[in-house]
Design a protein around this ligand. Structure first.
Ligand SMILES: [Zn+2]
Length: 330
């Protein structure tokens, strides 16, 4: 039995037809975790959909109304890049409920997973990039509303920048010193990435992503690391380590929301960062080790993953669970 919970429902499946987003990945991850003995049936818990009130903690009443009544404009539906249906609305409400439940479990058990979610391109007033509702933001706002936490940090390792997250949690922006400091000798030999740093509000947002990729407009996160194409494992991990250290020097979160996208993988159709499956597991290890060492609870969501072989995406996501099992079991 795992020392943490996996929040999951067969209804996470997104009814979007033939699409680059492998909507069946959630069911495949669930199946693989059981078949390989990584998890037992009793490790999974079933979420309830978020309430409209929860979704409204992040999204505007106008946008929620359009989603509930099927009155998005053609342009709005196009921008979301997934075909609207009432069933799809239900799947996104359920994913948000899953992240709320996972955040709650994480606060008790140090870590918990939503085997889904991570819809980091959803903005308060519109959907984008396959994302309708920002489940992670809804979960954070719900935990804050219940006074379970006051400060959270998002650590977004999807290959695409977390533009919705940055927009939702934009605080009072006070530019701080650029990072890393030039005295950091270990970074001198790395492929150069651009780091942008801005002050946070009650949620500190970190995004490591491929600079030459969607979204074209990247609203400022608290820390953005704009990585060059084909950075590879070692340099990626050094930049991640640096960003986490910098973030945790500036901010003291009571919950980390780790957005563990599988799309930095070198065989990904929508990504170009050239990480290996092993490198992605080392990435998960690093995030979990740092969180564990500082005793900060972690809620994990899976976000994107568009490997040519869906099985690779499934492996990368399952490895995140294995990494947590190894690090949090003792
Ligand atoms: Zn992505």
């Amino acid at each position: 039995m795992l020392p943490f919970k996996l929040v999951y429902s067969d209804d996470y499946y997104l009814p979007i037809g033939a699409h680059v987003f492998p909507a069946e990945k959630y069911q495949r991850i669930h199946k693989r975790l059981l078949e390989t003995g990584v998890a037992k049936a009793s490790d999974f818990v079933t979420p309830q959909p978020a309430s409209d009130q929860d979704v409204l903690l992040v999204h505007t009443p106008q946008y929620v109304h359009k989603l509930k009544t099927g009155t998005l404009s053609a342009q709005e539906e196009l921008q979301m890049e997934v075909p609207y249906s009432p069933e799809l609305v239900r799947a996104f409400w359920l994913a948000a409920g899953g992240s709320i439940l996972a955040a709650d479990y994480a606060l008790h058990d140090h870590i918990a997973f939503n085997v889904g979610g991570g819809f980091h391109h959803a903005f308060p007033d519109h959907g984008e990039g396959f994302c309708m509702v920002h489940d992670v933001a809804v979960a954070i706002r719900r935990m804050q509303r219940e006074d379970k936490i006051s400060r959270a940090m998002t650590v977004d390792c999807d290959v695409h920048q977390g533009n919705g997250t940055a927009a939702i949690f934009a605080g009072v922006r006070i530019p701080t010193a650029p990072l890393p400091s030039t005295s950091a000798p270990t970074l001198n030999s790395l492929l150069p990435a651009k780091i942008r740093n801005a002050h946070a509000g009650d949620v500190f947002t970190i995004s490591l992503h491929q600079e030459n990729n969607y979204p074209a407009w990247k609203p400022p996160s608290s820390i953005d690391v704009d990585l060059p194409d084909e950075i590879g494992d070692d340099d990626y991990l050094s930049w991640l380590d640096n960003a986490l250290s910098s973030g945790l020097r500036q901010f003291d979160p009571e919950l980390i929301c780790y957005i563990a996208g599988a799309d930095p993988y070198r065989e990904d159709q929508l990504g170009g960062l050239s990480l290996t499956i092993e490198g992605l597991k080392r990435r998960d290890d690093l995030v979990f080790r740092i969180a564990r060492a500082r005793n900060i609870p972690v809620m994990v969501t899976f976000a994107g993953g568009y490997a040519r072989k869906v099985e690779d995406t499934v492996t990368i996501h399952c490895n995140t669970v294995i990494a947590a099992k190894e690090i949090f079991a003792t």
